[in-house]
Design a protein around this ligand. Structure first.
Ligand code: NAD
Length: 481
C-alpha cells in the first residue's frame, strides 16, 4: 500500500511537492494529504471553549428582531414574507446601494409596521450587526460576501441565516462552524427547497419507512440562467462562474437528499468524485459580457457521492444550456421510489407485487404496469396522508402548507422556511437545518472543484461535526406543543 502523504499549503504548492510529481495540484483553501488515492483535507481541531451545536437550543425570543443584508433580486421578497410572520420586528435593512434599502422599506409601511433603520455602503452591514436592535441577521448578498458578513454578525452574538450556498470554500465552512460554536449562536442555511411541498411530503414518507432502506438519491440545479446574468449586482454571479469550476450551487439538490438520508444524524457523506464538461456556452457568455477568453466552469458538472452507510447521491449542475428547470430530486429505496422531475410520482414494491402475477402463475413479461408510477389517485391519497407535520402546522388556524401558498415565494416553500426559522427561534427549539448542514452542503463547491481539477480523483468530505455524526438518530423537526 503506497501512502503518498504530503502537506500542501496555498502558497507553497510547488516547493513542497517533491516526490509525488505525478499528482496534479489544486490550490485548495486548506491543507490536504493524499491517502490511498483519496484527497483528504485536513480537519481543524475544535478550539478550547467551543462546544458542539448539535440539537442546539438558544434562549427563546419573544419577538425576533431581524436585520436584512442584501436587497437585490432575492432579499426584498424575504422582507415581504417576514411581514406575514407573527413575533417578528424588521428593525434593519441594508444594501450596498442605499436606494435598495430605502425601496424595501415600503413592504414595512404596506404592512403597517414601523420603519427599519437603514444601512448602506460596502461595510454598512457592520453597524447593523453591532446594533442592539437586531437578533437575527438574514444575509442575501452575493456569495463572495456571505461568510464575511456572517462571521462579523456571529462575533456580535447574532444568529445568522445565510442564503445558498453559505460559503465558497471548505475553509470558510469551518469558519462558520467555529464561529457558531464559539459564540453559541445559530448559523442556518436558507435552503428553501427542503420545504417544497413534494420534498417535504416525500421526506415524511421516507421517515415513515415507505421507501424501505434508501440506497440512492439524486439532486440537481439545472436552470438556464440566460435571462438573469445581467441583473446580478456588479456581475458577481458570472464573475464567480467564470473563475470557478465545480458544483458551486449544489445545495438545492443535496439539501433535501441529505435530509432524507439522515446525514450527520446516523450517516455521513464519505467521499465524492466529480467531472465537468468543456465550457461552450459559458465561454461565449463571458466573452460577450466580460470580454474574458476563458470560462473555468464547465457547462455541466456531474458528481457522485458515497455515504459511510453505503448510499450514493448523483448530482448535476447546469446553468448554461437550454434544459427544463430541474432539481432532479429522486429517492431510490429498497421498497419504493420517489421522483419529482419531470413528473412527480411514486412507485412502491407492495403495489407492484399485486400487479406482477397471480400466485402460482408466471409473470406476464409484456405487462409493464408494474414498471410505472402508482396511479394518480393513489399518489394523491398518499400525499394527503403523508403530509409532513410541518405542512400541517397551524398558522392562525390554517395549515402552514395552505398559508404558505397564499403568501408565496417559489410556490410557498420560501415562506415555510422563514416561518420555521422564526418559530424555532421564538420557542428556543433546535432549527431544522443546523450549522453542520450549512457547512456540508456548502462545501460541495470546492470539493467538486478539487476532484475535477485532479482528474476526478475521489475527495473525502470533511466531517464538520468532528466525529459526532452518529450521535443523533434521524432528523427531527421540533414543535413547541
Ligand atoms: N434560495 C433561492 O431560491 C435563491 C434564489 C435566488 C437567489 N438566491 C441567493 O440569494 C443571494 C442573492 O442573490 P440575488 O439574486 O438577490 O443577487 P442580487 O445581485 O440581485 O442581489 C445581491 C444584493 O446584495 C447587495 N450587496 C452586495 N454587496 C453588499 C454588501 N457588502 N453589503 C450589503 N449588500 C451588498 C447588492 O447591492 C445587491 O442588491 C445569493 O446568495 C443567491 O444565491 C437564492
Amino acid at each position: 500500500m503506497k501512502k503518498c502523504t504530503f502537506f500542501v499549503s496555498l502558497l507553497l504548492l510547488a516547493t513542497t511537492f517533491a516526490g509525488c510529481n505525478s499528482e496534479k495540484l489544486y490550490e485548495a483553501s486548506i491543507n490536504y494529504t493524499i491517502e490511498d488515492g483519496v484527497i483528504v483535507l485536513s480537519e481543524p481541531q475544535r478550539q478550547e471553549g467551543q462546544t458542539s451545536l448539535l440539537e442546539f437550543r438558544a434562549e427563546p425570543l419573544d419577538t425576533v428582531r431581524v436585520g436584512f443584508v442584501g436587497l437585490g433580486m432575492r432579499g426584498p421578497g424575504a422582507v415581504e414574507r417576514f411581514t406575514y410572520i407573527d413575533g417578528v420586528a424588521i428593525t434593519a435593512l441594508c444594501d450596498k446601494y442605499r436606494e435598495r434599502a430605502e425601496e424595501a422599506q415600503h413592504y414595512l409601511r404596506a404592512a403597517g409596521m414601523a420603519d427599519a433603520t437603514l444601512y448602506s455602503g460596502d461595510e454598512g452591514y457592520k453597524a447593523l450587526c453591532e446594533s442592539d436592535d437586531v437578533d437575527l441577521v438574514y444575509i442575501a448578498t452575493p456569495w463572495q460576501m456571505h461568510v464575511t458578513i456572517a462571521l462579523y454578525a456571529m462575533e456580535q452574538g447574532k444568529h445568522v441565516a445565510i442564503e445558498v450556498p453559505c460559503a465558497n470554500t471548505v475553509e470558510e465552512c469551518w469558519q462558520l462552524v467555529d464561529a457558531a460554536e464559539r459564540n453559541r449562536v445559530h448559523c442556518t442555511i436558507l435552503e428553501n427547497c427542503c420545504y417544497d411541498h413534494f420534498e417535504l411530503t416525500t421526506l415524511y414518507m421516507a421517515q415513515q419507512g415507505l421507501f424501505g432502506d434508501i440506497i440512492h438519491a439524486e439532486g440537481a440545479y439545472i436552470h438556464n440562467l440566460e435571462p438573469y446574468w445581467q441583473h446580478y449586482a456588479d456581475n458577481w454571479r458570472l464573475e464567480y462562474n467564470q473563475a470557478n469550476n465545480g458544483d458551486i450551487y449544489a445545495t438545492h439538490g443535496i439539501g433535501p437528499n441529505c435530509q432524507a438520508l439522515n446525514i450527520h444524524r446516523g450517516d455521513r457523506l464519505d467521499y465524492l468524485v466529480a467531472m465537468s464538461t468543456k465550457s461552450v456556452n459559458g465561454t461565449k457568455l463571458v466573452k460577450e459580457l466580460m470580454n474574458e477568453e476563458e470560462c473555468r466552469q464547465g457547462d455541466q458538472i456531474n458528481t457522485l457521492i458515497r455515504t459511510v452507510n453505503g448510499c450514493t447521491i448523483d448530482m448535476q449542475h447546469n446553468v448554461m444550456t437550454p434544459r427544463p428547470y430541474s432539481r432532479m430530486y429522486q429517492l431510490v429505496g429498497t421498497e419504493g421510489f420517489a421522483n419529482k422531475y419531470p413528473v412527480e410520482g411514486y412507485t412502491f414494491k407492495l403495489d407492484q407485487i399485486n400487479k406482477i402475477a397471480e400466485p402460482g402463475t408466471l409473470p406476464d413479461i409484456e405487462n409493464l404496469n408494474h414498471h410505472t408510477f402508482a396511479p394518480k389517485e393513489v399518489v394523491e391519497a398518499m400525499m394527503e396522508q403523508y403530509k409532513h407535520p410541518v405542512q400541517r402546522q397551524l398558522v392562525d388556524g390554517i395549515p402552514l402548507e395552505e398559508y404558505s401558498k397564499r403568501v408565496g415565494g417559489h410556490g410557498g416553500m420560501d415562506f415555510i422556511m422563514d416561518y420555521r426559522l422564526i418559530y424555532c427561534l421564538r420557542h428556543g427549539l433546535p432549527l431544522d437545518m443546523d450549522v453542520y448542514d450549512a457547512a456540508e452542503w456548502s462545501s460541495m463547491g470546492e470539493l467538486t472543484r478539487i476532484s475535477i481539477e485532479n482528474g476526478s480523483k475521489p475527495v473525502r468530505i470533511p466531517d464538520f461535526t468532528r466525529g459526532e455524526w452518529n450521535k443523533i438518530d434521524g432528523l427531527t423537526h421540533y414543535f413547541a406543543e
